[in-house]
Design a protein around this ligand. Sequence first.
Ligand code: SF4
Ligand code: SF4
Length: 456
Amino acid sequence: MQSPDALTTTNSEGKRVGVFPALPPKKGFWEVRRKWVQWGMLLLYVAVPWITIHGHPILMLDIANRRFSILGTLFFAHEVPNLVFVTLSFLMGIALFTTLFGRVWCGWACPQTVFIDRIFRKIEAMIDGDHLAQRKLFNAPMSGDKFFKRVLKFGLFALISLLLGQVFLGYFVGPKDAFHYLLESPSDHPGAFFTVMLLSGIVLFDFGWFREQFCLIACPYGRFQSVFMDQGSLFLAYDEKRKDCIECGKCVAVCPTGIDVRQGLQFECIACTACADACDSVMDKIKKPRKLIGYGSLLSLQGIKAKVFRGRTILYATCLGICITALSYKMANRQIYQMDVIRAIDTPYQQIKDANGKEWVINHFKIKFYNLDWEKAVADYAVSKDAEAQGVEIIRSPAGSTALNIESGKGAEAQFFLKVPKSDFHEGVAKSSITGIWNQGAVTNHTEVTLVGPWK
Ligand code: SF4
Ligand code: SF4
């Protein structure tokens, strides 16, 4: 006999035990709602790469160029504070959601569940038959019929996986580029081709075969959810006080993770509600009230109403609020075009005298530009007008150097000398300022520079 601590999907030797869940009743209360939610989510997952806010993708993970767009907000991988706040907001959001609603995400909206339930299981049922026929075919020795069904099923799975791999490529390179790559030879874009193959392979392996094993042994959220849940969190609860169970086993037959919901809260449960619908159909037949299995919490099973505002939810909501506020502040004050001016490694200053006998002091500087726009930018620099009025001159190095073209997410560097009248120095120091000029003056930024010179 298997230990209650063991996975239901592995035997005592650790080998996988096939799960062949029956489809939940088509007109089940939850199934009807879940169908619409899942189709909505499925369309959303396909459409997300195409959705933009202010011209920027709602979600794009451009790993090759180390830049991301989340809810139309752009940032680069080296903007560490922003990435930290995004990650923390995401984690706190998940923690809060899980504390309130348990694993509703897993059963209703997770891409794996959505694509398996609405596409892969439907194809399987069409080719292999219902759950009983599927189990029979699985246990049967290889035959012409089995071989044909396997080829047909996995052929269709592979085709859909390739389509999904292509769709998911849009999350990494944008939908237009993904479509463009599709029309060209793989040798022109080997990276994109390899990514599509990899994504398609993962989809085929996971949605077509690995399935519930991913939820049970690989999904990090699945492993963490029990940490976030408390006595008031929702889960699919069996009300054993009612004593109405007739041991028909339908709730077990429909369970995609192969568990028996009557054994209480289990980490394998993905809150898909299939067992609730199956049991409701039984209760209808035996004329007993529905909801022997239904959404509830450990508190509600004891007749206590769980409060929305409780220790964990307040803590997670507060942390989430802090993270979102900090992120909003950082993004609102984010400079897309950045500039730093620093002293070059050189002698501190040089003194010269011009033909008119006027004395000047020269300091050597480096200017660094950073383009955090998603487009190419052009950067130039000059002495700010107020400084020019004092007779300060900028000498470019090399002489005659022109504006810099800077790729998105990249930086560029230039060197220059500032030539300042010696009379501007007080106690060995003079001030000036430099203007960064972006895209022919569309944006400017200024920075103060301090020059060093002779004490008198
Ligand atoms: S116990 Fe019920 S809700 Fe949980 S995974 Fe199984 S069928 Fe879905
Ligand atoms: S479906 Fe309902 S009646 Fe049937 S075994 Fe499960 S809990 Fe009992």
